[in-house]
Write a protein that binds this ligand. Structure first.
Ligand SMILES: C[C@@]1(CC(=O)O)C2=NC(=C\c3[nH]c(c(CCC(=O)O)c3CC(=O)O)Cc3[nH]c(c(CC(=O)O)c3CCC(=O)O)/C=C3\N/C(=C\2)[C@@H](CCC(=O)O)[C@]3(C)CC(=O)O)/[C@H]1CCC(=O)O
Ligand SMILES: C[S@@+](CC[C@H](N)C(=O)[O-])C[C@H]1O[C@@H](n2cnc3c(N)ncnc32)[C@H](O)[C@@H]1O
Length: 249
């Protein structure tokens, strides 16, 4: 008799505060024989685990196997013919096959993801490769922009306002157009893009309204007025919120 195949689980673990994990995420995580997580190479070099892993490490049992998936590149400069898209695509292919090997043996694999798996989460690339071959389930998580608005203490959108979620990686002109056209915005992926994003907000007269947070809800969370962030000092795990104008009910 063929043994049943394992299930792929995409588990959102929330933005950092370990209490912001859902009951379902915790239950499925603790029941999974294999737990996969992404981590940046620079962290591994320092003997550290990924941010997502740090959120749930205390809940894992000694019998659970871990599967670290180490990004071959994040911000490194690549000498031609090396190209980011090819390297990252090969990397996800390899990760997917490592996971598939467990699934073939009937072992469920829980891939943890900081925030929510389907909100700019690396899990998406595994899901795209594996969900047509194996049973897959996604457990949503509290995403960073909601963790961010909570700790900043600012409502995101009132009444009929619209919210744009933007990547700080976008070129300045693109950001400017999109920010000018929305009532409220969240700008993700700051890091090396912070100075460009702040300059655009200043040009549009939005800098006074905008709020900035690093590592929202994590132990080392930091909230700084936008104009006091040192140039080129913003970490990747930071975001800016331009809240909707307050609506007096
Ligand atoms: C290249 C770059 C461009 C960009 O962002 O587009 C990019 N990551 C960059 C930097 C960076 N990433 C990370 C750190 C260390 C932070 C720290 O730990 O301190 C740093 C900073 C650094 O290395 O210095 C860690 C990290 N990254 C992801 C997760 C997992 C997750 O969140 O699921 C985790 C945490 C794992 C954990 O710890 O839990 C996920 C994703 N990162 C992606 C891209 C997407 C890949 C595929 C694609 O290209 O689509 C994807 C899958 C999501 C997506 O689709 O966006 C950008 C350069 C921006 C710039 O120009 O400055
Ligand atoms: C690859 S995306 C992952 C988003 C995540 N899946 C989510 O649901 O929020 C990474 C970006 O999310 C934002 N981010 C994630 N966690 C954060 C946190 N705790 N505080 C501030 N920004 C965060 C940052 O803008 C970072 O560059």
């Amino acid at each position: 008799m063929m043994s049943a195949k394992g299930r792929l689980l995409g588990i959102g673990v929330g933005p950092g505060d370990p209490e912001l994990i859902t009951l379902k995420a915790l239950r499925l995580l603790q029941a999974a024989p294999v737990v996969g997580y992404f981590v940046a190479k620079a962290k591994v070099a320092k003997g550290q685990h990924g941010n997502a892993f740090g959120i749930i490490a205390a809940h894992l049992g000694s019998e659970q196997q871990t599967l670290p998936m180490v990004y071959p590149v994040t911000t490194e400069k690549l000498a031609p013919p090396l190209c980011y898209e090819d390297i990252i695509s090969d990397f996800y292919d390899t990760c997917a096959e490592q996971i598939a090997a467990h699934l073939e043996q009937g072992r469920d694999v829980a891939v943890i993801c900081e925030g929510d798996p389907f909100f700019y989460g690396s899990y998406m690339y595994l899901h795209d490769r594996l969900a047509s071959r194996y049973a897959a389930e996604v457990v949503p998580g509290v995403c960073s922009m909601l963790g961010g608005s909570a700790v900043l203490g600012i409502p995101l959108v009132y009444r009929n306002q619209s919210l744009a979620v933007l990547s700080g990686v976008l070129p300045a002109d693109d950001l400017k157009q999109r920010l000018a056209a929305t009532d409220a915005a969240v700008v993700m992926k700051l890091g090396r893009n912070f100075d460009k994003v702040r300059a655009v907000l200043e040009e549009l007269g939005l800098a006074k309204r905008a709020l900035y947070v690093e590592r929202a809800t994590m132990d080392n969370q930091r909230i700084v007025p936008l104009d006091q962030v040192e140039p080129m000092a913003s970490p990747y795990f930071s975001l800016i919120i331009v809240p909707g104008e307050k609506w007096q009910a």
